[in-house]
Ligand binder design. Structure first.
Ligand code: SF4
Length: 84
C-alpha cells in the first residue's frame, strides 16, 4: 500500500442516509441531519457547502474510500486523487 493524498466528496443532494458507506469505511459518520459526513478527526480537512461535504486525506486508505463509493446505492460519493 502506498500513501497518497486524495479527496472524497459526498453529494448531499444525492445522499439519502442509507449508510452503506459507514460499513465500508469508518471515516464516514452520520451527520446531525441524518446524512453522511466525515469524522473530522480522521481527515486532514473537511469542507462543507450546502451541496457537498468533502474531505482531504493523506494515507494508504484510498481503497476503503473507493469501496464506500462503490457501495453507495445513490452514487453520492466521489474519490479523486492526483494533484489536489
Ligand atoms: S451510502 Fe451513500 S446514500 Fe448512504 S449515507 Fe453513504 S453517501 Fe449517503
Amino acid at each position: 500500500m502506498t500513501t497518497e493524498r486524495y479527496r472524497v466528496a459526498i453529494d448531499l443532494n444525492a445522499c439519502d442516509g442509507v449508510f452503506a458507506c459507514l460499513v465500508r469505511d469508518d471515516r464516514f459518520v452520520e451527520s446531525e441531519e441524518g446524512l453522511a459526513t466525515f469524522d473530522p478527526e480522521a481527515a486532514e480537512s473537511v469542507e462543507r457547502t450546502d451541496d457537498t461535504v468533502a474531505a482531504t486525506f493523506t494515507d494508504d486508505r484510498i481503497e476503503d474510500a473507493r469501496q464506500a463509493a462503490a457501495a453507495c446505492p445513490l452514487d453520492a460519493i466521489t474519490v479523486e486523487n492526483g494533484e489536489l
